[in-house]
Ligand binder design. Sequence first.
Ligand code: BGC
Length: 508
Amino acid sequence: MGRAAAGVAVGVAAVACAVAAVAVGRRIRSRGKWKRVARVLREVEEGCEGSVGRLRQVVDAMAVEMHAGLASEGGSKLKMLLTYVHTLPNGTEKGTYYALHLGSTDFRALRVHLHGQQSSVLEHEVEQQPIPQHLMTSTSKDLFDFIASSLKEFIEKEGNGSELSPDRRRELGFTFSFPVKQMSVSSGILIKWTKGFSIVDMVRIDVPACLQEALARKELDMRVAALVNDTVGTLALGHYHDSDTVASVIIGTGTNACYLERVDGIIKCQGLLTTSGYMVVNMEWGNFWSSHLPRTSYDIDLDSESPNPNDQGFEKMISGMYLGDIVRRVILRMLLESDILGPISSKLSMPFILRTPMMAAMHEDDSPDLREVARILKDILEIPQVPLKLRKVVVKVCDVVTRRAARLAAAGIVGILKKIGRDGSGGITGGGRRSDVKMKRTVVAVEGGLYSGYTLFREYLHEALNEILGEDIAKHVILKVTEDGSGIGAALLAASHSSYNVDTAKML
Ligand code: BGC
């Protein structure tokens, strides 16, 4: 080989070495980045861990807090609010009643026709409208004027078709899905806002009075016969269809539960008497807190940046308003710490940009190349060309966050069953062996998109119920989805509390 040829060979070898070194370096760096991705994933998995042992601790804590909330005002973060509903609809109600539901970004007006026969068929018409964003943080007058106008339009469309006799005033059940301290079945003051609403002048103000005044301003002659939480409406409709229904749970934008409590168990209201001996208690379980809850740094950050820090801790781990944002926070930290995709889109830092329905769509993407995940990451978060391996990690994050939410909701439900002695253990003070206890059929009415529209969430919730209760007990506990119970149930309660017909509801 001549000198020149040798020189070229050496040069080529040197370039090859350099290229190989760069490739190896890149591979090592890439491996380091993937390791950091895996570490963030592992940490979030560990942080969200909800073993059956831990869930049972949550069950016990829920039952204990329920007792504390019933024992004294402020005795627990669980408010355990009285609803003054002590009879539930049973199918004998008759007539045409109205309902209004205000509780999330949409509000609904309903007209419900009740035929008075124990029939499972209810006729109703409904109109849904988005609430303009600015009204959610403006004044009570603006919000209620808007609602009253929409209700008036809804009623005017009735034309002559109304089944009401002309001398009879229209009656309305008002579903107001926020914490309210009720003074009677048709009056109550707002304790605080949740779910992103913030109309300062309404706090501690009588809610039906605001509506009644707005109706008067619009010259709409209508009486608010019942003020109900959405859980209470759902329980009412659940009970109308199935008299074994003893509790209801909402798992949607927000989360909450109510159940039938014995009046003598409501210690904070001694002397309270009802003919049935029971009262529906609105737990406001979104505010439940226990050191047993599996809380991560993402939950802590979400809470401290929210408009209601230290409030609604359970809700912030479970409900549709928040799950997407927890996932967004995990992805953000993953990308920041690993640098796996280089510079990060500013969209990923925007709170609530990843909404829970989008998160659920990624979680339930069953295409082999996770096309939907890629699309959402690109369109919503502006992260293009995410490798398949990372898309799989994103799906795993959705899974971890959703599974924790569903398992906690299941623990909450068992907490209620324990409190009312329907968990097969003989109740909070009972030491009965599970096999000794004769279980009654127990129905829990459920509503909310997370449960009814998100298959994996529902499956995880049922799996956890079975794990906590054991299959022998769990088979007696039936979760039944109600359709628009929060609205129709309010109309049913307006019927039971009608000033014309106070006698329609049978005592329990
Ligand atoms: C509210 C509850 C409501 C639940 C479900 C929570 O944010 O505080 O009153 O029942 O959302 O809508």
